[in-house]
Design a protein around this ligand. Sequence first.
Ligand SMILES: C[S@@+](CC[C@H](N)C(=O)[O-])C[C@H]1O[C@@H](n2cnc3c(N)ncnc32)[C@H](O)[C@@H]1O
Length: 534
Amino acid sequence: MQSTLAADRIGRRCGSPLRWPVSLNLHSRTERIPRFINSIKCEQAFSPQACVSSGFSGPSVPADSWYASSTPIPRHVESVKIAMLEGKGRGLVATHDIALGEVVMATPPLVLVTSPLRQRPSGELVVDEILERKLYGSTWFSVLYDGSSRSSKAEFQLAPADALGNGSHSLIPEPVDVPRRAQPPEPVVVSMSAAVKALAAASATSPAKKKGFLASRSSTGRRGKGSAAVTASKGGQGSAIPEALPLPDRREQTRLAKVVKFNCFGDDTEDLAACECRGEQPRGHIGLWPEFALFNHSCAPNTTNYVIGDSMVVRACRPIRTGEEVTICYLGRPQLLPFSRRISILSDEYGFECNCTRCMAEQAHFDKVADVYLELFEDVNEKLGPAFLEARAAGDLEAIGELQREVQSWLRRLYGLFRKTLLAPDVRHYVIASLYDAYDLLFSCAAALGQGEDSSSLQASLKAIEAVSAGSDLHVLLAVRHLDCTVQQHGHDSALAGLARQALRRAHIARYGPVSEELMSKLIALNRKFHVES
Ligand SMILES: C[S@@+](CC[C@H](N)C(=O)[O-])C[C@H]1O[C@@H](n2cnc3c(N)ncnc32)[C@H](O)[C@@H]1O
């Protein structure tokens, strides 16, 4: 899942360092990230009031309180229900019309491993915690996807929030004949430094023949000295360890590893502005949020997601109709690669052929832009990008100027093709998003040369990112830079600055929900501080 699922892809979504300047990150992804759309309609997106009142029939989910000091995040799953979807197994569809920025899901983790900022813990630590805490006793492990088509056919429903109270999650299997405990253990949170110490201590004393995720465990399945410091979740719940539950056999262990591979989500950071508002230290993390794991993927999803507190929060990044599938993106930073690369990653890591709206559109129109599309991508990645790094390290401004002109010339050719082939605006946005590396390189060249922002490239990339990844951290920071650049070039009261302000509000509503004016200003200022000024 968004930077979820396949252990290695986990967390690539948002904070993965870019090859050149690091001027930008992609939304995390989180990564995981599902979606296919067009730009969000201004009128719908613009008014927080409209967001709140349009079609939200579920319990009212307040926006501001979630960004107040360490407020617990209430579980919310009523906006979606499980459906069987052709070629995808189970998925989640909207139970009512959902407005931009509205919470689609907020769900606590079954297990969460945290780490210092900019580090993403390994998926193995999740497996280890599941074994240590005997979380494999949870019903979730009998219904989550494990790579087999059989596992994606288990039918169940999400239990309504009011049936469980805050901080819990559960499911109602149908039929109710699952031979495991119906209630999962409480979520656990463990800090990576403690978990890594425990792994190191245990592997130093473990018999060499033990392999795989049991390698760090003693023969009783319990860790010895140096055991990870599992803490109660922020909701204040401890974690019960059912002592009677036997360790899983080898076949069950293999299945458990697969469930973690396909269903975990990780990232190297939480949302910096949200953490600041909540008075929390941002962390790297990896975890299993079982209800969140039911979202399918799209390369242009209709939601964005990230961790607040310990909960996974999913918000609509464009309006979603009743019955429409709700998606996230599994890819992280690779979401901004050409369709052929995305398709191959998803096939290798998740075992499915992506046929989302964006992949279909890029493929259908590929012949119109093929001359430039892949050539530009390869040139940027194999030649121009590395040359930029070398020139910057050598302080060779002349070489950087040459590279800048070369990228600009490529982009002129691309726009020429757009005009000649009358490519529809949504397809242009998809193509530009898939060539984001070229824009990033252009921004880096300008920064290295001490030039101001290139407003037309900034605007083109902002629109493209809004089309494929609205509400991502990249969307938010491009919107901040675009407004600042527009104000500088056209003045604070210009019409263009007004439009840039609307775009900035849309980005923040998609990410944080329909918050008050006061909180919106605070979040914008924090995002400017964390992502632009620094
Ligand atoms: C985390 S699970 C998502 C929920 C899953 N469909 C289920 O039934 O539990 C990830 C798996 O769902 C399937 N999947 C997700 N997105 C898909 C898509 N866009 N097309 C086809 N299969 C998809 C793939 O098998 C993938 O490995």
